[in-house]
Design a protein around this ligand. Structure first.
Ligand code: FAD
Length: 471
């Protein structure tokens, strides 16, 4: 069979992982990325408008492991475990909330460090060619053709591929082109909050706060968070409604705001540094995207943010994108094995088999990606306000206890999302069942206590209890 090739648009976190997977399965891969190569020292600037570090958890690790356990190990070496949230009250008190009763944790990893590892991994396959400074201009899936522009020479040219993968982020051009071909349900929503990043340097050469926590300053309608970096700094991110950002224009206003809302964080950041960063650092918008299907015939598929951008509050955007790549690989491999071919080279799938594999991927994946988009949105409310409410803390304690006693029956929501690979849509179903069960148990317990107290009181007062026939 002639060599099959795939063109991947976007060399971000998801596109570079996808390049590795396709190469491993025998495909010739050409990856086109519009930015320059971040591995070159002169271009090692940070990815614009993106967090400096991010949380990687089980779904992300699982995709790395399936590709190559050594790759997972390399990423784990760079990662700093965050075992729980550290809640910072206004009066400076810090309260630790463990993520999991069995000690499972999420991990902070540098975005640039991670992308470099993945690009190096992709480069290590002889079948992969990475083209930087190349932007997708157009795509014609029916003729399996993409039009690209070299940003350095301005030269525009066409390239052909058996399969086109769009890993070109939230504003995906591949997705835009697909929408002209399929009846795609699509929605894009900006939330009314934006974000701005700040750095917090070490204190006396050490981390200024506990490095093994994700720090949160929940303040109701807004919040500050901080994730640790290997150089003993923290990257802090302020998430806040745009109208509140608009009210803070000068350094004095910024200091006044931080003194009133995050005095301890301001002390550790330093007023001068905070003000300089508030003025200099971009304010990012937060958008989420839902769409379905994620594929067009056996010609194209969108992965990662291109298919399901989400707000960052569950730390799942990249993890979910990595899981996309893993699921697609699983489905293609299963299709191969179902056809009796004893090989792991998915290039051997016939056109029909590839079509049904892509159809299956899209049909199953969209429900899961919609589910995590919703969960991520809801988690913002949890992080910025619910984490300090008594009912939340009570439920967390109760669920933790039940999870310890019945680890496979009662699983806290955060655990299902971050420490398992249970499909996201099934996570929501299980969570709804648990909530119903918990509410019923609480009502039953309350009714028993009320009835019991009534009976005892009646006995103590010498009252005659009605017989059943009297009732
Ligand atoms: P992107 O990272 O957007 O990469 C797309 C690539 O495609 C880019 O390199 C871009 O240059 C390229 N491209 C775009 N258009 C073209 C074109 N026309 N031609 C060629 N190339 C093109 N996720 C987590 O899992 N954990 C976290 O803790 C976390 N924290 C976050 C914090 C913030 C503040 C934000 C904003 C996001 C966070 N995320 C997190 C989400 C995560 O950043 C994204 O889900 C992830 O980057 C998606 O990767 P991607 O490769 O799909 O898209």
């Amino acid at each position: 069979m002639a060599e099959r090739n795939v063109i991947i648009i976007g060399g971000g976190l998801v596109g570079s992982l996808a390049a590795c997977y396709f190469a491993k399965r025998g495909w010739k891969v050409d990856l086109y990325e519009k930015r320059q190569d971040v591995r070159q020292p002169e271009h090692s600037c940070l990815v614009e408008h993106r967090s400096i570090n991010l949380a990687i958890s089980e779904r992300g690790f699982s995709a790395l492991r399936r590709l190559d356990p050594l790759l997972e190990a390399r990423v784990r070496e760079l990662a700093i475990p965050m075992r729980g949230r550290m809640i910072h009250s206004l009066d400076g008190r810090q309260t630790s909330q463990a993520y999991d009763v069995f000690g499972k944790h999420i991990n902070s990893v540098g975005r640039n460090a991670l992308i470099k590892i993945l690009l190096d991994a992709a480069d290590s396959y002889s079948r992969v060619t990475l083209h930087f400074s190349h932007e997708l201009v157009d795509a014609d899936f029916d003729s399996r053709r993409v039009t690209l522009r070299n940003a350095e020479t301005n030269h525009q040219f066409d390239a052909n591929a058996d399969l086109i993968v769009g890993a070109d982020g939230a504003y995906s051009r591949v997705r835009q082109r697909m929408m002209t071909k399929v009846m795609m349900n699509y929605s894009q929503t900006y939330i009314e909050h934006g974000y701005c990043e700040f750095s917090m340097g070490p204190t006396n050469g050490e981390f200024a706060m506990s490095p093994n926590h994700l720090h949160i300053w929940p303040r109701g309608s807004f919040m500050l968070i901080a994730l640790p970096n290997p150089d003993k700094t923290f990257t802090c991110t302020l998430f806040m409604p745009w109208r509140q950002f608009d009210l803070i224009k000068t350094s004095d206003e910024a200091v006044e705001f931080f003194r009133a809302k995050f005095p301890d964080a301001l002390g550790l950041m330093g007023e001068e540094s905070m003000c300089a960063e508030y003025a200099r650092n971009p304010k990012g918008s937060l958008v989420y995207v839902k769409c379905s299907p994620h594929t067009y015939k056996n010609r194209a598929v969108i992965l990662g943010d291109a298919a399901h951008a989400m707000v960052p509050f569950y730390g799942q955007g990249m993890n979910c994108g990595f899981e996309d790549v893993e699921r697609l690989d699983e489905i293609m491999l299963n299709a191969l094995q179902a056809s009796g071919i004893e090989s792991t080279e998915t290039t051997q799938l016939t056109d029909e088999q590839l079509l049904s594999a892509l159809d299956e991927y899209s049909a199953t994946r969209a429900a899961d990606t919609d589910a995590i988009v919703d969960l991520a949105l809801d988690n913002y409310v949890e992080m910025r306000s619910r984490v300090v409410s008594y009912s939340y803390l009570l439920r967390k304690q109760l669920e933790g206890l039940l999870h310890r006693l019945f680890p496979t029956v009662v699983i806290p929501l955060y655990t299902m999302v971050s420490f398992t690979s249970i499909p996201y849509a099934a996570v929501i179903r299980q969570w709804d069942r648990q909530t119903l069960w918990l509410h019923r148990s609480i009502y039953a317990a309350t009714a028993t206590v009320v009835l019991g107290t009534g009976l005892v009181s009646a006995q103590l007062l010498g009252m005659r209890m009605p017989t059943l026939s009297e009732i």
